[in-house]
Design a protein around this ligand. Sequence first.
Ligand code: NAI
Length: 265
Amino acid sequence: MTVNMSEKNVIVTGAGGGIGRATSLKLAEAGANLVLVDFNDELVAQTLELVKAVGVNAITIHADVTKDEEVKNYVEVSVNEFGTIDGFYNNAGIEGKIGPVAELDKNDWDKVVAVNLTGVYLGMRYVLPVMIAQGSGSVVCTGSIASTLGLPQTIAYNAAKHGVAGIVRTAAAEVAKDGVRVNAVAPGMINTRMLHDIAGHLIPGMDKKEAAKIAAQGASPMGRLGEPEEIANVVRFLLSDESSFMTGAIVAVDGGTTCTASNDG
Ligand code: NAI
C-alpha cells in the first residue's frame, strides 16, 4: 500500500526539476495538496499540469530561494491557501561552475552557496515557525553524496552540501520538542538535467546523457544511475507519518556509493 499523504499540505522547492517533479508526483499520488515553488516558470507549470492530472489541489509560486522576501512570501501564500504546512521539501539546488578550487572565482562560489546553503536556511527560517506553532510537521532537505564525501572540482557545491547536513542535524535537535522532524535525503548520481550537465563537462565530446551513464558505472557498487523516482519514494516516506521516529537523519540513496571506499565489487 502506498504512503497516505491525504489532507497533508506540502511545499516543494525546485519543483520544476528532475527530483522535485518526481517527488511532487509521488506526493500527489499519495493525496497531498501541493505548493510548487521554482524560479523557472515554464518547468514548474509542467509539474503543475502533471500533479493536477492526478486530481489534488496544487498551486505554483514563483520564487528565487536565495531571496529573503520571496521565501517569506511563498510561506505566507502557502499558509493563506492551505492553512497548514505539514511537509516541506527544501530541495532547490544548482551545481554551479565545475572546476578546481585553485581556479574558482568568488562570484561562482557565492552563487552556489546562495542557493544550496542560504536558500535551504531561508526555507527553514520561515517554515519552521509555522510548524512549531502547529506542533507538527516534517522537513526534508536535499543533501548529496557530497554531504559526506569530498568530490574534486565541486568545492562550493561540496561545502554547501556538507552545510546542509549541519543545518538538518542542528534544526532537528532544536525543534524535536515542538513535534517537528527534520531529515535529509542524500542522493547519489541521479538521472536529471543537473547530472547530465556535470557529466557532459567532465567527459567532453560525449552525449551528456551517455556521459552520465558512464560516470555512474564506476561511482557505486550498484554501478548504475539512480532515477528521480527512487529519491522521491524516500522523500515521501520521510515527509509522511510512516517515519515518525526519524529526525536528524541524513539518508543515503546512492546505490552504495558512500558505503565503501572501493566500488570494485
Ligand atoms: P534540476 O536542475 O533538474 O532541478 C533543480 C530545480 O531547482 C530546477 O527546477 C531549478 O529551476 C530550481 N532552482 C535552481 N535554483 C533556484 C533558485 N535560486 N530558486 C528557485 N528554484 C531554483 O536538478 P535535480 O537533480 O532535480 O536537483 C535537485 C536537488 O538534488 C538539488 O539540491 C541537487 O543538488 C540535489 N542532488 C542532485 C543529484 C543528481 O545527481 N541529480 C545528486 C545529489 C543531489
